[in-house]
Design a binder for this molecule. Structure first.
Ligand SMILES: [Zn+2]
Ligand SMILES: [Zn+2]
Length: 176
């Protein structure tokens, strides 16, 4: 699988039981739908992820056709924007995979930091990431951000994946 930004072949990041593909050049990340399911964890029951939703309001999604292509299916992604958050996600309507450019990853963290619950969740994911430290393989650069990476996994899993039916409806309405 090659980077959608036309760089090199993607490399595997393994964190806990989840495998994500990463471009060693631009540090973009590819999340397969099934991999996101694995980001669920029994320990999370104590945490109320449902109250922590950056994609709460369905009316605020905007969807565009873009030029970048899914590394797996080779069809063009749609870009999903949410309100004025600057959070953009490249989504494949065929395999439901998600591509995040480096800037998009950072933008999600910036947006989360504006939210009141960020500190609690960050504390939790950071500690858990430390516990799971030894099962991480991937670019060194990401190690510093393991807590953020972990939080992102959870967020995509618990929130974004939940929005799939709605997102799929919006995609159907796009001009062909
Ligand atoms: Zn790349
Ligand atoms: Zn795809």
């Amino acid at each position: 699988m090659d980077c959608p930004n036309k760089h090199k072949e993607l490399e595997k990041i393994l964190f806990h039981n989840v495998e994500v593909d990463c471009c060693p050049e631009c540090m973009g990340m590819w999340f397969e739908k099934d991999e996101l399911k694995l980001a669920k964890d029994e320990k999370d029951k104590q945490l109320n992820w449902l109250d922590f939703d950056i994609w709460r309001d369905k009316g605020k999604f905007k969807i565009y056709n873009i030029d970048k292509r899914c590394p797996e299916c080779r069809i063009p992604f749609v870009q999903i924007d949410y309100d004025d958050s600057n959070v953009k996600i490249d989504f494949c309507k065929m395999c439901s995979g998600i591509w995040l450019d480096r800037g998009e990853f950072k933008q999600i963290m910036v947006y989360l930091k504006k939210k009141a619950d960020y500190e609690i969740l960050h504390h939790y994911t950071k500690n858990l990431a430390k516990e799971l430290w030894e099962v991480f393989t991937g670019p060194e650069k990401l190690r510093d951000e393991l807590g953020d990476f972990f939080m992102l996994l959870k967020l995509l899993n618990y929130k974004f994946v939940v929005q799939h039916p709605h997102i799929n409806n919006l995609i159907d309405e796009l001009p062909k």
